[in-house]
Design a protein. Structure first.
Length: 159
């Protein structure tokens, strides 16, 4: 299985880069992983909905350049479906069994994803009704993919 994580913005904090590197290394045992960073747009304080929409569209255009037609796309969205770790593992396993070889996961910028990306997505996944920094979300997502593979393979992993 191949995973591509497309994310808006760069990781500046060393501790987050270290965590991403650690989970990427752990995942290399189970799958191929690629992380693509696209540039984020500066969002002014108290931006109007129109300005935010324009920003999401610009970021969405950058994201869409990396979305392949044959890939299964999962958009991280606060209004998406919440899954337990076991249910996410089952979803990944079922996608593989059904012939999906490439999963693209998309993490938007600080104001979310464009309608274009959300409509292209095959599945909307939510980790919580809470909002998390998109930089931290990358670590959380990688950890959950790693946990999924441990579950799929019947390997121990702390709860």
């Amino acid at each position: 299985m191949r995973f591509t994580i497309i994310t808006v913005g760069k990781i500046k904090e060393k501790y987050l880069r270290d965590a991403i590197a650690e989970y990427s290394k752990r995942l290399s045992k189970y799958c191929k992983l690629e992380i693509i960073e696209v540039a984020d747009e500066k969002t002014p304080d108290r931006a109007s909905e129109t300005v935010e929409q324009m920003i999401r569209e610009k970021e969405g255009e950058r994201i869409s350049r990396y979305i392949r037609e044959d890939a299964y796309v999962i958009a991280l969205a606060i209004n998406g479906q919440m899954l337990s770790s076991e249910a996410l593992a089952t979803k990944i396993e079922q996608l593989g069994v059904s012939g999906t070889s490439h999963i693209i996961l998309v993490i938007g910028g600080s104001i979310g994803l464009s309608d274009q990306i959300l409509s292209r997505a095959d599945f909307h996944l939510s980790f919580s009704k809470m909002t998390f920094p998109h930089q931290l979300m990358r670590v959380i997502l990688l950890e959950q993919i790693y946990r999924s593979y441990r579950i799929i393979n019947g390997e121990p992993y702390h709860k």
